[in-house]
Design a protein around this ligand. Structure first.
Ligand code: NBX
Length: 817
């Protein structure tokens, strides 16, 4: 059954590794050592498939996708790998024979967390689907020395701990020194005249050596192993201690420092542009290395650079990799001597751009002073792209300076990366239907009118292999028992479950599984947070990055409201509820961090109040990450997807909850719209302003939250508790900023920018409907099963097939061993 896998060989390999790496026998080994020994044994198993896959790609001379991304939020590899080569039962047995538990061994692996949130995790899901579908693809990124920080909660506050994920070495990676590549920064551009032609040469630069590390991406049950290639930086010239040349010495020190700092750490901001010079260095570093390598690899087997785009496609994961456009131009112009028009044709047929947000504070705009100093030749090329593009605007819209002002790439002293990405590629896509419509009709309207053929939608998806098969073994076995295992590689097949939704026995089985998963999460919470929660209560969950537009604040304000109701009337008839939060705040985002403190302060008061009979519990799960996410989704009853309509481009957590049978409590935002379309509005809890209403209010300068404050006693009571010390007796002023953000017009933004008070009443209504609905266990079970059954659209396999069909045009490859 399991491919290329033999149980006895595997066992021997584990024992061999234990002896060779640690000089130990298994009975002396720690769990961590066992993890390493098993991980190396797993790498042994896949290595032949990895080689075979790339041989096949070469033989068939396939078109290759390069998914260029600053972030890959992979999560643990061990469990997923074992599942992919279908050897889980065997590996489990081997470990049991050696006296270890597979789950406990998997728990030893650090989460490789080279990403922030949705955007980075999407990249990881895409790699999984690409390999499983058999498409030739590389993920290209950065091997950050420190990934997403680890979150500790101390005294209710978030504390950031460096994520030293490479401390014990990472067994799955392979260093590929033979592909090391030089990347140049700074200096100046010299024009050289050679037989009547101008050539541009960068001089006086500093450079670093980019060294790739490859990680295997294992397709499910198909022998395909693709590659995630992440680049490390090394100093290019080691010190020559006998050098008496002071200039050289100085330069050597600087280059050493550049190499050390460039890949040091992942910027922990999501949906926010900070404009840091080091960030632009990171971008150019991994892009230059990846693009140089792609061109070299192509030219090893082809002789005509003009046809580069026939065999290569670059997908830009947001604007972060946009320097790929001028970098490819540079290589074609300066290294291959092509004319501008030739180079431009190749580049614009190779690059495609995905937009992940309409939040204006996320738009990357680099000051030209910084950009041109760091990347002088690239800047020249961007200027020329801009000059030609402005000319085109003027031809199309003669005398319309407004169009130039809005669409120019270089303007007001800035390089606008989104505009460069749109102009420099052949495709622009949003990540959910509503999001793409907003791009076409609002944010990118001018571009859409000028080049409608570039715009398309690709609604996001998630991999069911990690988020059901691996994360929820009980439900996964149940599904397979009912309808067979085709859903693992063909998720729409899961719709066959729908016939069981009305069956009382199946409902009972489903609810039992949910209960056991809640017990598993309760145990995790007890172990990691020291809080007791009741698995018979409704598990109401909001896990995602902390951001004002995602409105964790609205959630906790509603909890405060509910608590007031219970204090007024301790006999209040309500189903016990556990409100579960998990969220990291960007380290410099003060209001987000204060919201975490508020959630924990509210939790402290409510969880210790015996008078409410345990009807509400509030839990903030520390260090939300891919590995505990798998446990959390499996245990959720209610999925909180409550962003201000129009602000969440898609969301992908919403899909993971649905797949695990949680009911969505959400606004008509992002992919929620499509989730409701699939499952039916009667099986979800929808509330709040629509995106059209939000956009209309925004055009008209907002709404007046003071009116709500004046006229709604319950909301006023909750807001006053933010500033009267109710949840912070030591420091009654602590939450003043949050209070102000809702009611007072600040210098920069409107009061209640995210319509929290406006939506709060209808959110409360929806929460009441949930309380009522949960009392009918049969109804709830049916709705939950229907959520699972209708989640088929949201597999990343479907998303990838659409990218392949509309943008990438790749061919499927079979790998035989
Ligand atoms: O991308 C997220 C969106 O907010 C989600 O709606 C969407 O589902 C997801 C996948 O398409 N965006 C996101 O996660 N952005 C970032 O993490 C980010 C990181 C760095 C940065 C800007 C954005 N400079």
């Amino acid at each position: 059954m399991s491919m290329g896998f033999d149980k006895e060989t595997f066992k021997k390999s584990v024992l061999f590794n234990m002896k060779n790496v640690f000089r130990k026998t298994v009975d002396e080994a720690t769990k961590e050592q066992m993890y390493q020994a098993v991980a190396y044994a797993v790498k042994d198993v896949i290595i032949d498939e990895w080689i075979a896959t790339h041989k096949e790609y070469e033989k068939q001379d396939v078109k290759t996708l390069y998914y260029l991304s600053m972030e890959f939020l992979m999560g643990r590899a061990l469990g997923n790998s074992i599942i992919s080569f279908m050897a889980q039962p065997d590996v489990k047995e081997v470990l049991e024979e050696l006296g270890f538990d597979l789950n406990a061994i998997e728990d030893q692996e650090p989460d490789p967390a080279l990403g922030n949130g949705g955007l980075g995790r999407l990249a990881a899901c895409f790699l999984d689907s690409l390999a499983t579908l058999g498409y030739p693809a590389y993920g290209c990124g950065i091997r950050y020395r420190y990934g997403m920080f680890k979150q500790k909660i101390e005294n209710g506050y978030q504390v950031e701990i460096p994520d030293d994920w490479l401390k014990n070495g990472y067994p799955f990676e392979i260093r590929r020194a033979e592909y090391a590549t030089e990347v140049k920064f700074g200096g100046y551009v010299k024009v050289v005249r050679e037989d009547g032609k101008e050539r541009f040469v960068q001089e006086g630069y500093q450079s670093v050596l980019a060294v790739p590390y490859d990680m295997p991406i294992i397709g499910y049950g198909n022998n395909v192993v693709n590659t995630l290639r992440i680049w490390d930086a090394q100093a290019i010239n080691t010190f020559s201690l006998d050098s008496f040349d002071k200039g050289d010495y100085q330069k050597a020190v600087e280059q050493e420092n550049l190499a050390k700092t460039i890949v040091e750490v992942l910027y922990p901001n999501d949906n926010h542009y900070a404009g840091k010079e080091l960030r632009l260095k990171q971008q150019y570093f991994f892009i230059s290395a990846s693009v140089q390598r792609a061109v070299k690899k192509y030219m090893e087997n082809h002789d005509d650079i003009h046809k580069f785009y026939e065999k290569n496609v670059f997908q830009l994961n947001d604007t972060h990799p946009t320097v790929a456009v001028p970098e490819l131009m540079r290589i074609l112009l300066d290294d291959y001597g092509l004319s501008w028009d030739e180079a431009w044709e190749i580049t614009t047929k190779t690059c495609a751009y995905t937009n992940h947000t309409i939040m204006s504070e996320a738009l990357e705009k680099w000051p030209i002073e910084l950009f041109s100093r760091l990347l002088p030749r690239i800047y020249q090329i961007v200027e020329e792209i801009n000059r030609r593009f402005q000319q085109k605007i003027s031809q199309m819209y003669p005398g319309n300076q407004d169009k130039v002002r809005k669409m120019a790439i270089v303007y007001d002293g800035q390089v606008r990366m989104a505009n460069l990405a749109i102009v420099g590629g052949f495709s622009v896509n949003g990540v959910a239907r509503l999001h793409t419509e907003i791009l076409k009709n609002q944010e990118l309207k001018d571009f859409y009118e000028m080049m409608p053929e570039k715009f398309n939608n690709k609604t996001n998806g998630i991999t069911q292999r990690r988020f059901l098969l691996h994360g929820n073994p009980l439900l996964s076995e149940w599904v397979t028992k009912k309808i067979g295992n085709e859903w693992i590689t063909n998720l729409p097949h899961i719709h066959r479950l729908a016939v069981y939704a009305d069956d009382p026995k199946c409902q009972q089985e489903f609810m039992d599984i949910k209960y056991q998963n809640k017990v598993r999460l309760a145990r995790y919470i007890k172990e990691h947070n020291g809080i007791e929660v009741d698995p018979r209560s409704i598990f109401d969950v909001q896990v995602k990055r902390l951001h004002e537009y995602k409105r964790q604040l609205m959630n906790i304000l509603h909890v405060m409201y509910l608590y007031n109701q219970l204090k007024d009337n301790p006999n209040l008839d309500m189903v016990p509820r556990t409100f579960i939060f998990g969220a990291k705040a960007a380290a410099g985002y003060r209001r987000a961090k204060l919201t975490i403190k508020l959630i924990n302060s509210v939790a402290e008061v409510i969880n210790n109040d015996r008078s409410i009979g345990g009807k509400i519990k509030v839990v903030f799960i520390e260090d939300y990450k891919v590995s505990n996410a798998e446990i959390i989704f499996a245990a959720a009853d209610v999925s909180e997807q409550i962003s201000t309509a129009s602000k969440e481009a898609s969301g992908t957590g919403n899909m993971k909850f649905m797949l695990n049978g949680a009911l969505t409590l959400g606004t008509m935002d992002g992919a929620n719209v499509e989730i409701v379309e699939e499952v039916g509005a009667e099986n979800a809890f929808i509330f709040g302003l629509t995106s059209d209403e939000v956009i209309r209010y925004e055009r008209e300068g907002g709404y007046d939250p003071m009116e709500i404050f004046n006229n709604n006693y319950e909301i006023r009571r909750v807001l006053m508790q933010l500033i009267n010390g109710y949840y912070s007796p030591q420091d009654p002023e602590l939450f003043r900023d949050i209070y102000n953000s809702l009611l007072n017009t600040m210098s920069s933004d409107r009061a209640d920018t995210y319509f929290i008070l406006k939506d709060l009443p209808s959110y409360g209504e929806a929460q009441k409907r949930i309380d009522q609905a949960y009392r009918d266990e049969s109804w709830w079970a049916k709705a939950a099963i229907l959520n699972v059954a209708n989640s088929g659209k949201f597999t990343s396999d479907r998303t990838i097939l659409e990218y392949v069909r509309d943008i990438w045009h790749l061919e499927k490859v079979n790998v035989e061993l």
